[in-house]
Design a protein around this ligand. Structure first.
Ligand code: TLP
Length: 374
C-alpha cells in the first residue's frame, strides 16, 4: 500500500514492462483529454483569499452532490480525513475506527500525531461495517479516567473489504449510536461515487447520516489531484483553518479544480464499466486452478484473491512478481491477499489479457513452489 520507492508496490511496478496493465490501484489513472484541456483554460485566483473562481465552482458543485452546505478542496484524501479529525475533535479526544480502515492502517497514525487523538480500533466486519456490540461499547467519556470520544469514522466503499458498499440503511445503523451520544460521524468516502453507482442511490443518500464526508476526485474519477471535504458551513469554515495548518492552502489551484469539475460531471456514470470489469476479472480468476476468489462478492472496482499451491500454501508474493514480469501489476492488502483494482484506462481487452497473464503467473508461482519442495 505504500508509495515510497522501497515499497512492495513500487518494486512490483519496477519489474514491469512499459505497457503493463496496471491493476495496483485506481490512484494510477491519468486525466482525460477533456480534463487536460479544461486545466489549460482554467480561470484562477488566490484560493487562500477565496478568490479562485474555478475552486469556488468545484466546492459548490461538490457540496451539492453530497447534499451538504459547503465543501473544501484539499490536496489528498489523507489530508481531508486529517482535517476532519482536527475540526471535529478537541485535542486528546479518541476516535473510533474500524481495524481495517484506511484512516487506521494507512494514514501514518495522523489522528494521534496531529491531534493527540488515539484511535480506538474495533473489528471491521467483512461487509465493511463495524461490529455493533463493540461499537456501542467503544464510546467513552462519562468516567473521569477516560478520554472523551470525539469522532466515529466510517469508510464507504471499504477498500480492504474488497470495495464493499454500505447502504444508506447500514450507514444509519452505524451512525445512530454515535449521534445518540452526541458524537459526530465522519465518512471516508474516498470511493463514495463507486458506492453510489453500485447501489443505484445518489451520493447524497450515502452522506445524509454523517456530519462530514471526504471523497476523492482522483482515483476512479480520474482527476490528477484532489479530494473534497464536505459538511455544514460552520464545519467547513473551521476546516479551512485546519487545511491552512497542514499546509494545504494551494493558491492558484483552479488548474486542478478544473479537472475535478469534470471528474464530478463526466466520470461518475462510467464507473459501472469498472465494476463490470472487476466482476469479469474475478469470474475469470475463479476459473484458474489454485486461485481463491469470491466473484459473487465483487460489488465495485476492487477485488482480493489468493493463489495457493497444490499443498494449499499461499504463493501470493511469487504470483505478483511473476505477473509483473509478464505485464500485469497487482498490489496487496492488509491481510496478505492480492488486490486488483479496475479503473478508467482498463478496457475489456485489458481484463482478458490480465487473465491470460494471471493463468501463466499462477503456473510459474506454483511451479516454483513445487520444485523448491523437491
Ligand atoms: N488508498 C490508496 C492507498 O493509500 C492504499 C489505494 O491505493 O487504495 N481513504 C481510502 C479508503 C483510500 O483508499 C485512500 C487511498 C485514501 C483514503 C487516501 O487518499 P490519498 O491517496 O488521496 O491520500
Amino acid at each position: 500500500m505504500k508509495s515510497d520507492p522501497d515499497s512492495y508496490e513500487s518494486q512490483v511496478g519496477a519489474l514491469a514492462p512499459a505497457n503493463a496493465i496496471d491493476l495496483r490501484s485506481d490512484t494510477v489513472t491519468h486525466p482525460t483529454p477533456a480534463m487536460r484541456e479544461a486545466m489549460y483554460r482554467a480561470e484562477v485566483g488566490d484560493d487562500v483569499y477565496g478568490e479562485d473562481p474555478t475552486i469556488n465552482r468545484l466546492e459548490e458543485l461538490a457540496a451539492e452532490k453530497v447534499g451538504k452546505e459547503a465543501a473544501l478542496f484539499v490536496p489528498t484524501g489523507t489530508m481531508g480525513n486529517a482535517i476532519a479529525v482536527l475540526t471535529h475533535c478537541r485535542r486528546g479526544d479518541e476516535i473510533i475506527v474500524g481495524d481495517r480502515a484506511h484512516v487506521y492502517l494507512y494514514e501514518v497514525g495522523g489522528s494521534a500525531r496531529l491531534n493527540g487523538s488515539p484511535a480506538r480500533a474495533i473489528p471491521t466486519l467483512p461487509d465493511g461495517s463495524l461490529d455493533p456490540a463493540r461499537l456501542r461499547a467503544a464510546f467513552l467519556g462519562d468516567d473521569v479516567h477516560e478520554a472523551r470520544t470525539g469522532l466515529l469514522c466510517l469508510e464507504n466503499t471499504h477498500n480492504m473489504c474488497g470495495g464493499q458498499a454500505l447502504s444508506p440503511e447500514a450507514l444509519h445503523a452505524l451512525a445512530a449510536p454515535a449521534h445518540e451520544r452526541g458524537v459526530p460521524v465522519h465518512l471516508d468516502g474516498a470511493r463514495l461515487f463507486n458506492a453510489a453507482v453500485s447501489l443505484g442511490v445518489p451520493a447524497s443518500a450515502l452522506a445524509a447520516e454523517v456530519d462530514s464526508v471526504m471523497f476523492c476526485l482522483s482515483k476512479g474519477l480520474s482527476a490528477p489531484v484532489g479530494s473534497m471535504l464536505a459538511g455544514s458551513r460552520a464545519f467547513i469554515t473551521e476546516a479551512r483553518r485546519g487545511r491552512k495548518l497542514l499546509g494545504g492552502g494551494m493558491r492558484q489551484a483552479g488548474i486542478l479544480a478544473a479537472a475535478g469539475i469534470l471528474a464530478l460531471t463526466e466520470m461518475v456514470d462510467r464507473l459501472t464499466e469498472d465494476h463490470a470489469n472487476a466482476r469479469r476479472l474475478a469470474q475469470g480468476l475463479a476459473e484458474i486452478p489454485g486461485v481463491q476468489v469470491a466473484p459473487e462478492s465483487v460489488q465495485t472496482n476492487i477485488l482480493f484473491f489468493d493463489v495457493l499451491d497444490d499443498a494449499g500454501q499461499p504463493r501470493n508474493e511469487a504470483f505478483t512478481h511473476a505477473a509483473a514480469a509478464l505485464g500485469a501489476l497487482f498490489s496487496g492488502g492488509d491481510l496478505g491477499a492480492i488486490r486488483a483494482v479496475t479503473h478508467y484506462g482498463i478496457s475489456d481487452a485489458d481484463v482478458e489479457r490480465a487473465l491470460q497473464i494471471a493463468r501463466a503467473a499462477v503456473a510459474r508461482a506454483t511451479a516454483t513452489a513445487t520444485s523448491a519442495r523437491h
